[in-house]
Write a protein that binds this ligand. Structure first.
Ligand code: ATP
Ligand code: MG
Length: 235
């Protein structure tokens, strides 16, 4: 079987200084992520999951190593080109995603789409469709101040969906969601991978996501515990 590889990272390391001490947070780590698969990275708090995700997403620079999305080495791009590449190719769902206080739910999304060059009318309809997909059809015209924490999180999920990116990076995407909405978001991410060929990379503690993953990597102390092919949860 041939693999359609979306992301390749090799020899990635990252340390942070804490006073005189240096903490090695990501240690000489290799990973390949397939297009069309939902890859889940699990591991204890502080093991480096969010740092790794931010390195793969072009947000935190590695001290060493290479990250390629398709054939683009993202850490060789200028900051401006990397920003443009991210906007076009990646969707993000992060813990405590920030929404702009003065924009309604649909505007949060259509604003991003218009930055990508999507015409206004199409941006509006894609925003509304994505909000429906995450169960927010009756929250389309509300400002963030009128949304609950879980609803705000779903707006950021909808934004990632509406971009139709090649890769979605998700950091604890279900943390603020109840059972029904957690399941809705998890199955949406799996469907995007399986039906649209998106590479979904998700880090989490939430066991509820496990059944939706095509592949699970266990991280500890800045490394993957075993081989990357540790587990396939379903065919
Ligand atoms: N900018 C930073 N400066 C200093 N230390 C940092 C920085 N970012 C992360 N760290 C440290 O790196 C370690 C790994 O952090 P990271 O956020 O990647 O862990 P995590 O696996 O995502 O944890 P959690 O499951 O709690 O979200 C932690 O000890 C954290 O304190
Ligand atoms: Mg984290």
């Amino acid at each position: 079987m041939t693999r359609d590889i979306a992301i390749t990272a090799q020899g990635v390391s990252k340390s942070f200084r804490n006073g005189k001490a240096t903490i090695d947070v990501v240690r000489n780590l290799d990973i390949t992520v397939d297009a069309g698969a939902f890859t889940l990275i699990k591991g204890p708090s502080g093991c480096g999951k969010s740092t790794l995700l931010a390195i793969l997403a072009g947000l935190t620079s590695p001290d060493k190593g290479k990250v390629e999305l398709g054939d683009t080495a993202i850490w060789s791009l200028s900051a401006r080109k990397r920003d443009a590449f991210r906007l076009k190719n990646m969707g993000f769902i992060f813990q405590g995603s920030i929404l702009l206080p003065s924009l309604k739910a649909h505007e949060q999304i259509s604003f991003v789409l218009q930055q990508m060059g999507v015409p206004r009318g199409e941006a509006y309809s894609r925003a509304c469709q994505a909000l429906c997909d995450v169960g927010l059809e009756d929250r389309i015209d509300l400002l963030p101040s009128a949304l609950s924490g879980g609803e705000k999180q779903r707006v950021s999920v909808a934004c990632a969906l509406a971009k139709k990116p090649r890769v979605i990076f998700a950091d604890e995407p279900t943390s603020a969601l109840d059972g029904e909405n957690g399941e809705r978001v998890s199955s949406k991410l799996r469907d995007l991978a399986q039906q649209k060929g998106v590479a979904v990379v998700c880090v989490t503690h939430d066991e509820r996501l496990t059944p939706f993953a095509d592949r699970i990597l266990q991280m500890e102390d800045g490394r993957f515990l075993t081989s990357q092919e540790e587990k396939k949860s379903h065919a």
